[in-house]
Ligand binder design. Structure first.
Ligand SMILES: [Zn+2]
Length: 355
């Protein structure tokens, strides 16, 4: 497992409660996308808290109210932390029950079906055309024509809307892996689950949900576009990864790995140059424009370019990034230009605050 400097475990309870500022919440999500330990903690906290919410309300021991009243007389913030630690004790007890429940559910996955419903027209599920709520099982195709759309309930972790003229297959429906294969067309996914539980394969690679909402379209060859509206998505192929945050898009294309992500609100000239650079090998002219047009936020694009440009251009990309935002401690020019993994990862963690 990768070493990560700042774990987010202590912020998870506040995160689950929706008490973090949006930027801090985004950081927690980003970190969890990279850190298995914090993902596990998150799952425990989330499941624990959801059980607490469903517990019947019980009479709290007299002593607790006495101490809360005493604390109230002292100060309000202290009360809040006492209530929280009392609640966390319930969470810890609930986790034991949840572990048993989850292992039971994992053994009950055979014969699982997901609900699928038409939004327009009568989409096909397998060989049947549905007009009302139907079900789809692993291995089955869902296909829409130009006049139909459908929505699929993905095993309780979210929903996927299937646009017209789309062919998509359910590959895996397990509690720890929900996987679709998008042969062509467009889907819109809204997933509310720990990162890395929902996957969509296309001919160009795999979109991995890191807790998010996104639209993904592709043709049969794998040329398409991933656009993220909430959270983060990782797109992986050929051993390369592009990380796409909310507000950004990333082209997909077969064989050559994922495209370079860019913010939708980036300058038009940057986006045009990036398209030329990525697909037509626009070379130096395109790179000149990209570097000149980049704003601080477009370090998203520049960070991904670092490892995709040739060694000769890498120093130019580095210098532009360093001019746009301060280079954090622990990131040296020399190591960055060598594409040292730990250096690039640390830099990205800091840059992600501005993305
Ligand atoms: Zn962590």
């Amino acid at each position: 497992m990768m070493m990560l400097t700042r774990h987010v475990s202590r912020r998870l309870a506040a995160y689950v409660d929706g008490e973090l500022a949006p930027r801090n919440a985004q950081h927690v999500e980003f970190h969890m996308g990279r850190c298995a330990r914090c993902r596990t903690d998150y799952e425990h906290v989330r499941f624990g808290m959801s059980i607490v919410e469903h517990l019947p309300s019980i009479e709290a021991p007299e002593a607790i109210w006495t101490s809360i009243e005493a604390a109230l007389r002292d100060n309000r913030s202290r009360t809040a932390s006492m209530v929280r630690s009392w609640r966390m004790a319930f969470v810890a007890a609930a986790i034991v029950a949840v572990v048993a429940l989850v292992s039971w559910r994992l053994t009950q996955q055979r014969g699982v079906r997901w609900e699928v419903a038409p939004l327009n027209g009568s989409p096909a599920v397998g060989t049947r055309h549905i007009t009302g709520i139907g079900q789809v099982g692993a291995g089955e195709w869902i296909e829409t024509d130009s006049a139909s759309r459908a929505t699929v309930n993905v095993g309780g972790i979210g929903s996927v809307e299937i646009a017209p003229n789309t062919r998509v297959r359910v590959v895996t429906m397990r509690a720890d892996e929900h996987r679709l294969a998008l042969a062509r067309g467009e889907i819109q996914a809204r997933i509310s689950a720990p990162p890395r539980l929902f996957f969509v394969d296309t001919a160009a690679g795999t979109a991995i949900d890191l807790g998010c909402e996104y639209t993904l379209n592709t043709d049969e060859d794998g040329f398409g576009l991933l656009s993220v509206t909430k959270g983060w998505v990782s797109f992986q192929s050929s051993g390369l990864e592009s990380l796409v945050p909310a507000g950004a898009s990333c082209p997909t294309r077969p064989s050559v790995g994922p495209g370079i992500p860019f913010f939708e609100d980036a300058p038009e000239r940057l986006k045009q140059a990036l398209a030329a650079f990525g697909f037509e090998k626009g070379g130096n002219d395109a790179l000149d424009v990209i570097l000149a047009q980049s704003r601080a936020r477009d370090t998203l694009t520049l960070w991904h370019l670092l490892s995709r440009v040739n060694a000769g251009d890498r120093a130019r990309v580095y210098d532009r990034m360093a001019a746009l935002t301060p280079v954090p401690a622990g990131v040296s020019r020399e190591q960055a230009l060598k594409l040292d993994r730990e250096t690039l990862r640390r830099w990205r963690e800091e840059l992600a605050w501005t993305w």
